[in-house]
Ligand binder design. Structure first.
Ligand code: ADP
Ligand code: ZN
Length: 743
């Protein structure tokens, strides 16, 4: 092959052309060299030959400005005469330097080939920017001195002050384009750009300004100052649920708009953001630009170009919006910063919140992290003084925090096969009788998480994964939530062939819904899960039904925990508060507190006080105690005290190596070989190999090694050095997850 890595010592100039490095969206270790006959600048998009096809790549700097630990390897240089020639240059906005720098940074940090990160920035069918259409208008010049033929007369009559294209004008006057051009030469017509109306109207910072409370006003000042300082800084905006965090950070957005700069707002689940965009429209007069992976191709392309040209001033998006080519980014906001949904777990494994901070640093713009229950990572950064911290302590409009109480399921258990305790049921009865709304939360889709044979003990398991099959009764199937395997619910036990012996064990929300229908005969029930709310419009419709009080009992999975504001909702029942605590993940407790606090925060956000019931078998658990006392801080201090001595994140650095293979033997063999070469160094520790959290996934056997280092030691160079001589054979695979979110 003629492709090679770039040698930074070669400036690429020669009489026969220029050496240009081009990063293509494919897994090469670095940019490839090409020959160009015209001078090209970094950031320009070009079509280049690659093998037998042509791909679109980006002209890249030969060297990058990364810390030494991060530098990518430099390959040998191919002589200019053997380089292939660049195809054509695309007529689009070049990728700005800060985005290119960011791509290099993310690649180096996550140990992924930079081309794969570039691919995320170019996940649009780019092509050239559509050329602006030109049209003819009548000039002020008098006709006297000019010879007006009948066909010229016809054109002049058809033309007006509204621009028309050459062909439209020729057609309207039944003449030819030559006649039109002749009139232009004579000075009677002139050409203007036909303005294509951009779908991205500028938000108006003064459209619907709110009356802020004193506390909100004070915090909003701090945020505004941050934006007006025009440099990188990170601020944690912490505030109880319903305190007006969104309202307050809208003021920071307004400040940024007044500076004529762009704003990026990251949300963990953009598909559920209808309420957010409505609020935005009420505050700023127009909808923001939206970015997520389900956007249609046309909208994607329009948005990409509008961001590049600075026409899209506020973008609200999923983590992938970090890779948009912002022209002048002045502020990044990460709402619900503690959410694990910000972590991308396949392909380029990066954390949206962490990379938002990197992005902010590289464009020298402030970053605001928002949460009612900040992550331990963020709190540690506040404590060390790296981040600023602002706090909203009370709910807006005098609403009180919900009271949280425990339902001890050891004493208050329902009958066999039922899951709602008498205590919770009574509370629901009362709530509905008062004309208020109640919500039941269970973070599990389907009917039952396990199907068991009463006769022989058989358990329905996924053939491809180490996981039980989940019954979805409405669809009549058992399915695997990890690989999507699906089968009909068997009529008899597949093992002992007993009939009617298969029983569901434990509840999913379908089963809770069934129970609720039996128990609350008059309730108007709405089910909210990814199974029932497949599209944004279905979600919007559900939200409307709640707002219009067409329903009064909402049953849902984690979807209901999102930042919804339902004024009539006063009771939240958590069906199984212990659900997230099993599994031996060190982060399980933190995640459970954050999720349940978020769910609890849906209750009593307006005039009526809220109540929350936690059904639990482990009432003494620190998670339950923290939720009941509404004392998040002591809980996090306890968590910190547990992790600090042994350098678990955020007090040390962590990387996971996931080794996978078609057979258990092959996975074990490779894992052991890797362990054999494990680095021995002070402040560096290797844990494992051990079975990965899902020991078998999609038919692949998985082992995991963890690399843990003291905070000052970067894991990337250690990993590179450790793995450089490891040969991966056949279908075995090593994946590196820097800063894994489970450990
Ligand atoms: P959080 O994001 O902290 O949960 P929100 O910003 O969603 O809180 O505010 C909760 C509710 O209170 C929303 O309906 C919001 O519109 C309302 N609200 C908050 N502050 C104000 C204010 N200053 N004026 C009017 N409404 C407000
Ligand atoms: Zn499976």
């Amino acid at each position: 092959t003629t492709h090679t890595l770039t040698n930074p010592k070669d400036n690429g100039k020669s009489s026969s052309g220029h050496r240009v490095s081009v990063l293509v969206p494919l897994p090469f270790p670095g940019p490839l060299d090409y020959l160009s006959h015209e001078a090209l600048s970094p950031g320009e998009l070009v079509a280049v030959p690659l093998g037998k096809r042509e791909v679109v790549g980006c002209v890249w700097e030969a060297t990058t400005h990364l810390p030494p630990d991060f530098q990518r390897p430099v390959g040998k240089t191919v002589p200019l005469s053997r380089l292939r020639t660049i195809g054509h240059k695309l007529e689009v906005q070049p990728l700005p330097p800060s985005l290119r720098h960011f791509i290099d940074w993310v690649a180096a940090y996550t140990l992924t080939p930079p081309g794969l990160v570039l691919a995320m920035a170019m996940r649009v069918h780019l092509g050239d920017t559509p050329k602006p259409a030109l049209g003819w208008v009548r000039t002020q010049k008098p006709e006297e001195k000019i010879r007006i033929t009948p066909s010229r007369r016809a054109v002049l009559d058809a033309a007006s002050h509204i621009p028309m294209t050459t062909s439209d004008l020729a057609e309207a006057s039944s003449t030819s384009s030559a006649v039109v051009r002749g009139l232009a030469t004579a000075g009677l017509l002139e050409q203007v750009v036909i303005s294509a109306s951009s779908p991205f109207h500028p938000p108006n910072p003064d459209y619907g300004t709110p009356r802020l409370s004193e506390e909100q006003e004070e915090v909003s000042k701090k945020l505004t100052n941050l934006v007006e300082a025009h440099h990188f800084d990170v601020l944690l905006l912490e505030g109880v649920t319903g305190s007006g965090k969104t309202e307050v950070y809208f003021e920071a957005i307004a400040a940024c708009l007044r500076q004529q700069k762009q704003v990026l707002v990251l949300l963990p689940e953009i598909a559920l953001s209808t309420q957010w965009t409505d609020r935005f429209a009420r505050r700023f007069g127009v909808e923001p630009a939206i970015w997520h992976s389900d956007l249609g191709a046309k909208r994607r392309r329009e948005t990409w170009h509008a961001v590049a040209k600075g026409e899209a001033q506020v973008v609200v998006g999923a983590r992938s919006a970090l890779f948009l080519p912002f022209e002048t980014l002045g502020l990044i906001i990460v709402d619900e910063e503690h959410e694990s949904a910000f972590k991308q777990e396949e392909g380029v494994m990066y954390h949206g919140r962490d990379m938002a901070i990197v992005r902010g640093r590289l464009v020298n713009a402030p970053v605001i992290l928002v949460s009612a229950t900040p992550s331990l990572e963020t709190l540690a950064n506040v404590e060390s003084g790296r981040y600023q911290h602002e706090l909203l302590t009370s709910r807006h409009g005098g609403a009180t925090m919900p009271s949280v109480s425990l339902v001890d399921m050891k004493e208050n258990s329902p009958e066999r096969g039922f899951f709602l305790s008498p205590k919770l049921c009574t509370a629901i009865d009362e709530t509905l009788a008062n004309g208020e709304q109640a919500m039941l939360f269970l973070n599990r889709r389907g009917y039952a998480p396990l199907t068991l044979c009463r006769a022989c003990g058989y358990r329905a398991q996924c053939p491809n994964c180490s996981a039980w099959l989940v019954e979805h009764r409405a669809r009549g199937v058992l399915t695997c939530h990890h690989c999507g395997h699906i089968e009909r619910i068997p009529k008899e036990c597949p093992q002992c062939h007993a009939e009617n012996s298969l029983v569901p064990i434990g509840p999913g929300i379908e089963r809770i819904t069934e129970e609720a229908k039996q128990r609350f005969l008059d309730a108007k029930i709405l089910v909210m899960s990814s199974d029932t709310l497949a599209s944004p419009s279905a979600t919007a419709e559900a939200i409307r039904q709640i707002a219009d009080e067409e329903v009064n009992l909402i049953i849902g999975t984690q979807i209901v925990a999102k930042g919804w504001h339902f004024p009539k909702l006063t009771l939240v029942g958590v069906v199984d508060a212990d659900l997230g605590l099993g599994g031996g993940d060190l982060r399980a407790a933190e995640r459970t507190v954050q999720l349940l606090h978020q769910v609890a925060g849906r209750a009593g956000r307006a005039a009526h006080a809220g109540q929350v019931y936690l059904q639990s078998y482990v009432g003494e658990h620190p998670v339950m105690k923290a939720l009941i006392a509404n004392d998040f801080q002591s809980f996090m201090e306890q968590e910190a005290a547990q992790r600090r001595p042994s350098f678990w994140p955020p007090y040390g650095r962590l990387a996971a190596l996931i080794i996978s293979a078609a057979t258990a033997e092959a996975a074990d063999a490779l894992a052991k070989e890797i362990a054999l070469y494990a680095p021995e160094r002070e402040g560096v520790q290797i844990l494992g190999p051990a079975p990965a959290p899902l020991a078998v996934l999609r038919g692949r056997h998985r082992r995991r090694l963890l690399l843990r280092t003291m905070r000052g030691i970067a894991v990337q160079p250690i990993l590179r050095d450790w793995l450089k001589d490891i040969k991966v054979k056949g279908t075995t695979k090593i994946e590196i997850d820097i800063d894994p979110i489970s450990f």
